[in-house]
Design a protein around this ligand. Structure first.
Ligand SMILES: *[C@@H]1O[C@H](CO)[C@@H](O)[C@H](O)[C@H]1NC(C)=O
Ligand SMILES: *[C@@H]1O[C@H](CO)[C@@H](O)[C@H](O)[C@H]1NC(C)=O
Ligand SMILES: *[C@@H]1O[C@H](CO)[C@@H](O)[C@H](O)[C@H]1NC(C)=O
Length: 395
């Protein structure tokens, strides 16, 4: 079974509500420690990245499954049909070698409210294949310097949309607002809104929480599971922050380029997909830190890492990629609503008890710790062609 069909619909919506894209198993580990904003930074240490782990991080978990998914999608047969008397359209992609129409053989399927502005399938399919092929091509490239291109790829279209001048420079200040319940313990709303760019994650709502989370949203960062649930609504309604906020999407299931095609045709502000090379960079950073926490925490050989992690499902979190995005487009980064606490809700805006399957948050927090205290120890960023901006985490 292909990844896009692995979950029943209800579960997909639940997954979409969570901060996660795919999930990772790292059980029984407590997360943290968390970083104190007021603590003075450690003196610069000579200590750099560990070369062994750096090399090992190049083996991307789930790469084989991803290749199969992409090949099935690119080589499959596509079909579009009307449903419910023309009110809906149904797009299906059958796997290579499976007879079209065989209901157990499709690899992707999307049913969405039909609107006249949606492109016809003779345009959807070639474009879908082109986008997916380009993304996958970039996905296989390791190009840390993609970080230095984010001003052009992400900031420029966002600024054009808002009517800001094209300065070619990063924003002076950015806030990345995660969804942790720790936000409710303080009232950072005004502080957050005071940043030039405010990035929010996975459509967490702000109504009723403004004192804690602020009300300004300049950029909405979502994973493509969230986009999937938007695509099921009339006109791909995906705008808890108003219809004018640009959206950056990272593709966690390649079939979601269908959702992208459907949504992009009805969406006025930019709908930007993260570059495949940017996704690969984030995957490597998290793999590196996952290896590092594994080796340091267990004393085992790094080759054993795969036995303790669900490699097929291993994935960085949306929040992690949003922070790395901010490194590329901001001169100062403030991070809110990241971290856990036993006396805080999991998400500030839901009653969800815990993450549905865990990312390797412990590894991601190690990465954040290095970002704040010793960015020179982070492999990859040294080749990224950017000056790593100061990063502060607020509780
Ligand atoms: C890097 O990590 C490997 C694997 O844990 C370890 O054997 C090696 O000593 C480390 N190298 C340095 C320079 O710390
Ligand atoms: C439909 O596809 C499934 C899975 O690919 C296959 O096992 C089955 O034989 C196919 N059925 C027909 C009627 O082709
Ligand atoms: C998405 O829509 C915008 C605006 O209509 C268009 O300029 C852009 O080319 C589309 N993107 C893709 C990849 O089709």
């Amino acid at each position: 079974m292909k990844r896009s069909l692995r979950f029943p619909f209800v579960l997909l919506v639940l997954v979409a509500a969570a901060l996660s894209c795919r999930s990772v198993a790292r059980r029984g580990l407590t997360v943290g420690p968390f970083i104190d904003v007021d603590a003075s930074p450690r003196p610069i240490e000579a200590e750099g990245p560990n070369e062994t782990l750096y090399l090992l991080s190049a083996a991307e978990p789930g790469a084989v499954e991803l290749r199969h998914d992409v090949e099935d999608l690119l080589g499959g047969s596509l079909d579009s049909a009307e449903a419910a008397g023309g009110r809906y359209r149904l797009i299906s992609i059958w796997r290579r070698g499976v007879k079209p129409g065989n209901r157990s053989g499709f690899t992707a399927r999307l049913r969405f409210p039909a609107l006249p502005e949606h492109p016809k399938h003779d345009r959807v399919f070639p474009e879908f294949r082109r986008l997916l092929g380009d993304w996958y091509h970039d996905r296989r490239a390791f190009r840390p310097e993609v970080l230095s291109e984010l001003v052009r790829r992400i900031k420029r279209p966002v600024d054009q949309h808002y009517g800001y001048p094209d300065t070619g420079r990063p924003y002076a200040t950015c806030a990345v607002v995660g969804n942790s319940g720790i936000l409710l313990k303080s009232e950072h709303g005004d502080l957050i809104d005071g940043h030039d760019l405010v990035i929010r994650l996975n459509n967490a709502r702000v109504e009723g929480y403004q004192r804690h989370v602020g009300s300004k949203t300049s950029l909405s960062f979502i994973n493509s599971n969230v986009l999937h649930s938007c695509a099921l609504r009339v006109g791909c309604h995906c705008h808890p922050y108003g219809d004018l906020v640009p959206i950056v999407i990272y593709i966690c299931q390649p079939a979601h380029f269908l959702e992208y095609m459907v949504c992009n045709s009805t969406h006025k502000p930019p709908l930007l997909v993260t570059d495949g090379a940017f996704d690969t960079l984030c995957a490597r950073i998290v793999k590196y830190y996952s290896l590092k926490t594994f080796v340091e925490g267990t004393g085992k050989h790094p080759a054993q890492w795969g036995k303790f992690h669900d490699e097929k499902m291993f994935h960085y979190s949306s929040g992690m990629q949003a922070i790395v995005l901010a490194l590329g487009i901001c001169e100062r980064v403030s991070v809110f609503g990241f971290g856990k606490s036993t006396d805080a809700k999991h998400h500030y805006h839901t009653d969800q008890m815990a993450e549905l399957g865990l990312h390797d948050y412990a590894a991601e927090y190690e990465f954040y710790g290095d970002l704040v205290e010793r960015p020179q120890a982070i492999p990859f960023l040294r080749d990224a062609g950017i000056k790593v901006p100061p990063v502060a985490f607020y509780h």
